[in-house]
Every structure is written in structure tokens, then in C-alpha cells.
Design a binder for this molecule. Structure first.
Ligand code: PLP
Length: 387
């Protein structure tokens, strides 16, 4: 029998997360690779899901999502950002942000169309664009004065006659950048000039640090009508296993996304939707505590990594720190990440897997800090001996 997998998906075999998490288990290492929290979400939110199950909310919910959740999402976009969306036609519930991204890309970019992404990019983007038969064009984020950003000329140069979509992730995983208004303005100008649709991945919208402010691209002049905004429950409420997300966009875009999504999963688990609606309305103080606690964890991990000899980039948001391995005498992050479990008993992710231009990311590894303080401290203690 030949290779059963269609050619366009070959090369997406095993994710680095599977490889590294297996290594963590095999070597008993501390896993700072995959970004999931090791503490639970708000207790009353967990209870709300249990109540929904006990209360009989266990049959197919409406395809676009339960009205309660669509209304809560619309209220959140309005209260926090001043963006108005009609819950009936402009809000749509998906199986996590991952499905929202996949359905949006497949709905809006077809074979041969081009999709711009900023690299290092979240790993599902490349696979989803390939699944759509579309072509990825990466614009590289590079460190400038301690922060990853893009060159506006490189962005403009990436646009061609087949460009349809630009995929924007801010706060950015794995670079940790929160795009400024000026950076977003450059993106908005490109979108308007070339009639592009923006798909924004805002799953870390609440997890920003210091004075960084998350600004949705849709709030910029002329962008609400050409932006599909995506967020989800997982990161905001520390329930990454719930896989409950949403799209907010003008009705024609929502209809386009729905057309694809309805034949992939049709609907999203009802109990999670009910509990998410509850949390969006009631658990924002909990989220603010999470944000503060993550900021402390960020600083804790960075101090440790610096003491161990890494050069670090202090993220403005998300769960992740980029660490430059060259001060320790290493040059290839892939080699180091594969050796680190044996060498130090710690697992990190080589950032180069998130680039088309692997050389641009060769010397970075990514560490996650959404872990208990004692786990971070134990990892740091092991890394100190690396030098
Ligand atoms: C975690 C993550 C997602 C996936 O979110 P789900 O709601 O779990 O599907 C999407 N984009 C980025 C950048 C992420 O870090």
C-alpha cells in the first residue's frame, strides 16, 4: 500500500509537541514545552458546566451556538472594545479557536490563493492553509530592541495579486509581542489598499502584561467590515480542554464560516457553551487575577533563564518566553531541545519549527510559564547546571 495521506498534508506528520511531550514522559522531565496551565479554571464556571449536564442540556445545541453565549460574546466585545455585533447574525460559536481559524481560512481562501502569516506562527496555521489548498506567505518577526516586530516594507512586499487573507495573531504566540496601534495601522492600511480580509487570532486578549494593551484590529478605521475576529475560552479561563471558541464578523463572513464549519462539527458541546456564557459575564475578576499571576510567573522564569545564561525576550502577553541559546554556546535550537531532557531534565520547544525561514529562528527555544511557581523553580534549578 502506498502513502494514504493526500500530498498537500504530507510533511505535517507528527507535531513537535507530541515528540517533546513523549520525551518529557520518557525521561521524567519537567515539561515547559506545550502551553497548558497546570491549575484549573474558576470553580463556579466548572460548576456551571456540571449543572448544565445535570440539567439535561445534553442534546444538539443550535449550529451557530446557544443564544446565551452569543449574547455574552457580543456584550464582551461591546463593553471591552466598543465593537458592536448582532448576536443573531454576527457571532458564531466554534470548537475552540482552532476550528474557527480552520473554518475561516477554508471559507475565505481557496486553491492558489495566498494567505499572509507572521512567523514564527502558531502551528495550526500552516496545516490549515495547506488543507485549504492555499499558499502561505510568511513575514518574519525579528527582535528589535528586545521585542519581536515586522518590517512594514516586508509586509507590503508579501502582498501579491493572489493574496486574499492576512492572519494576525496578537498577543502573539510564540513571540510574545502585542502589536501596537502603529503596527496595526500598517496592517490595516495594507488590508484596505489591497482589499484583503483579516483573520485575527485573539485567544490571549486578556493575558497582557505591564502597560501592553490588546487592541483588536477590527477597532481600527475601516477594519470592522473586513475582519473576522476569533477568541476562545481555553486561555482566558484556563480550560484549554474545553475547546469552545467564537468568531465575530459581519454577517456575510459569519455565513461563509458557518457554511464550512457546519459540515465539520455541526455544533459545539452545549455544557461548555453554557458555562462559558456564565464565565464571560461573571468571572472577569478571576481573569484579572490570572493575568497578574502570569506576569509574576513570566518574571520568575525570565530571572531563572537569565541566571542560567540564556538571553531572554520579555513577552508583553501570552504564556511564552523566547530564549536565545547562543550565550550558552549553542547554535541550533532543535539540537538543544532534543538534548535538553537528557542533559537537564527540562523540555522546551525549538522555535524554528514555527518558521518557513528556519534560519531566522534557529537559535531560539520557547519556554512556557503557565505553570505552578514550584514547577518553574524546579525547572530553573535544573537549567542552572547547563553552563
Ligand atoms: C492555544 C491557541 C489556539 C487554540 O485555541 P483553542 O481554543 O484551544 O482551539 C489558537 N491560537 C493560538 C495562538 C493559541 O496559542
Amino acid at each position: 500500500m502506498g502513502e494514504p495521506l493526500v500530498p498537500r498534508m504530507q510533511g505535517f506528520g507528527t507535531t513537535i509537541f507530541a515528540e517533546m511531550s513523549a520525551m518529557a514522559v520518557a525521561t521524567g522531565s519537567i515539561n515547559l514545552g506545550q502551553g497548558f496551565p497546570d491549575t484549573d479554571g474558576p470553580p463556579a464556571m466548572l460548576e456551571a458546566a456540571i449543572d448544565a449536564i445535570r440539567g439535561g442540556g445534553n442534546q444538539y445545541p443550535p449550529g451557530p451556538g446557544i443564544p446565551e453565549l452569543r449574547e455574552a460574546v457580543a456584550a464582551q466585545r461591546l463593553d471591552r472594545y466598543g465593537l458592536e455585533f448582532d448576536p443573531a447574525t454576527e457571532v458564531f460559536v466554534t470548537v475552540g479557536a482552532t476550528e474557527a481559524i480552520a473554518a475561516s481560512v477554508m471559507a475565505l481562501a481557496g486553491p492558489g490563493d495566498e494567505v499572509i502569516v507572521f512567523e514564527p506562527y502558531y502551528d495550526s496555521y500552516a496545516a490549515t492553509i495547506a488543507l485549504a489548498g492555499a499558499v502561505r506567505r510568511a513575514v518574519t518577526l525579528r527582535p528589535v530592541q528586545g521585542r519581536f516586530t515586522f518590517d512594514p516594507d516586508e509586509l507590503r512586499a508579501a502582498v501579491g495579486p493572489r493574496t486574499r487573507v492576512i492572519l494576525v495573531n496578537s498577543p502573539h504566540n510564540p513571540a510574545g509581542t502585542v502589536f501596537t496601534r502603529d503596527e496595526l495601522q500598517v496592517i490595516a492600511d495594507v488590508c484596505r489598499e489591497h482589499d484583503l480580509v483579516a483573520i485575527t487570532d485573539e485567544v490571549y486578549e486578556y493575558l497582557t502584561f505591564d502597560d501592553a494593551e490588546h487592541i483588536p484590529l477590527a477597532t481600527l478605521e475601516g477594519m470592522r467590515e473586513r475582519t473576522v475576529s476569533i477568541s476562545s475560552t481555553g486561555k482566558t479561563f484556563s480550560v484549554t480542554g474545553w475547546k469552545t471558541g467564537w468568531v465575530t464578523a459581519p454577517a456575510p463572513y459569519v455565513r461563509a464560516v458557518q457554511t464550512v464549519k457546519q459540515f465539520v462539527t455541526y455544533a459545539v458541546g452545549g455544557p461548555w457553551q453554557r458555562a462559558t456564557a456564565y464565565a464571560l459575564r461573571n468571572e472577569m475578576p478571576w481573569v484579572e487575577e490570572l493575568r497578574k499571576s502570569l506576569q509574576g510567573k513570566r518574571d520568575r522564569l525570565i530571572s531563572g533563564l537569565e541566571a542560567a545564561g540564556f538571553e531572554t525576550y520579555r513577552p508583553q502577553g501570552t504564556y511564552f518566553v523566547q530564549a536565545d541559546i547562543r550565550p550558552l554556546g549553542f547554535t541550533d535550537g532543535m539540537e538543544l531541545a532534543r538534548a535538553l531532557p537528557e542533559k537537564a531534565g527540562v523540555v522546551a520547544i525549538p522555535t524554528q519549527v514555527f518558521y518557513d525561514d528556519a534560519a531566522a529562528g534557529a537559535h531560539f527555544v520557547r519556554f512556557a510559564f503557565c505553570k505552578k511557581d514550584e514547577v518553574i523553580d524546579a525547572a530553573v534549578e535544573r537549567l542552572i547546571d547547563l553552563r
